[in-house]
Design a protein around this ligand. Structure first.
Ligand SMILES: Cc1cc2nc3c(=O)[nH]c(=O)nc-3n(C[C@H](O)[C@H](O)[C@H](O)COP(=O)(O)OP(=O)(O)OC[C@H]3O[C@@H](n4cnc5c(N)ncnc54)[C@H](O)[C@@H]3O)c2cc1C
Length: 282
């Protein structure tokens, strides 16, 4: 199906893009188009203006900025997956990007697009939560920072205002992280039925800090706070990991759909948190 008619602009500067968004009533930002275009073709979204940000220079870089790394708005999944800085300082995100969709989608879709899209079962939002990422939003009103923990509001709903562009995401260095998932078709290159991103810091043989995020299981990716609390201060043994994983869905409204019952998803959340913790603490 063809999308309804819309106007299209491809600004060559961020200021131009922000001005276009500010002056429009029903505009959508286009980055990789891997989610927006299908939604438009299915007529689930009907923007009157599409603002393509792919021609704005400087948005496609991953940079080392001292105590954190920065991933620009137009960094594609394939770059996030293979970039040495992401692999070294944010391996959960590199791994989540490497198993996002198929190669063709990874070559077009962007990490920031995936975060902004806020799909229930997207891979990279979980990694952003576990890594304590900060989202940087810009509009004609100025810029603001949003912690990942406050960013994923509901199904396909982020904390961004309609006229805000997610210009970059920054990730603090330190600790170790990983991502483990069960894809819908059994492998990894598909949306997860359930997946976990974990980040830990270990000192003197005990877990001094941890963040554990789960995706695919509820209406939004979330931090499993009970799991992290159970792990912190432990020796990271198999028993400690199992105890932490058992809290993976505490206080969460677990989804039921064609891919899994509440009981199956609850089991998978526990299992994939456990597997991810076993890997990162091995
Ligand atoms: C066949 C297929 C399989 C897929 N499998 C997976 C999978 O296994 N795991 C997974 O996580 N995802 C999967 N996806 C989704 C894919 O990862 C998308 O690339 C991603 O969700 C959106 O990134 P994009 O750059 O393509 O964004 P777009 O499609 O361009 O935009 C998506 C939405 O985010 C908004 N947006 C985009 N960029 C910004 C920005 N910088 N600031 C503010 N708003 C912005 C747009 O306005 C739109 O509402 C799949 C997609 C396809 C087509």
């Amino acid at each position: 199906m063809y999308p309804p008619n819309f106007d299209y602009v491809a600004p060559s500067s961020l200021d131009e893009a922000l001005a276009a968004l500010a002056g429009a009533e029903n505009a959508k930002i286009l980055s990789g188009g891997m989610s927006l275009i299908p939604l438009m073709k299915m007529r689930l979204v009907r923007p009157t203006l599409v603002v393509d940000i792919s021609r704005i220079p400087g948005l496609d870089e991953v940079t080392d900025d001292g105590d954190h790394i920065t991933i620009g708005a137009m960094v594609r999944h394939a770059t996030t997956a293979s970039h040495p800085l992401v692999q070294e300082h944010a391996s959960a995100l590199a791994e989540a990007a490497s198993c996002t969709a198929d190669l063709q989608v990874r070559n077009r879709g962007t990490t920031c697009g995936s975060l902004a899209h806020a799909d229930v079962a997207a891979d990279q939002p979980a990694a952003a939560l576990a890594l304590n990422a900060t989202m940087h939003a810009a509009s004609v009103r100025g810029t603001r920072e949003i912690a990942a923990a406050d960013f994923f509001v509901d199904t396909l709903t982020s904390a961004l205002a309609p006229d805000e562009i997610l210009t970059k995401v920054t990730i603090p260095k330190g600790g170790s992280s990983t991502y483990r998932k069960l894809g819908r078709r059994g492998g990894n290159s598909d949306y997860p039925i359930a997946a976990a991103a974990v980040w830990v810091d270990v000192s003197n043989g005990s877990v001094s800090a941890a963040r554990i995020a789960v995706t695919g299981v509820s209406s939004t990716p979330y931090l499993a706070v009970g799991s992290a609390q159970a792990l912190i201060g432990s020796d990271g043994s198999a028993d400690a990991i199992a105890a932490a994983a058992s809290h993976a869905t505490d206080g969460v409204n677990v989804l039921e759909d064609l891919y899994g019952t509440v009981a199956f998803r609850t089991h998978l959340a526990d299992l994939y948190v456990r597997r991810a913790l076993e890997d990162v603490l091995a």
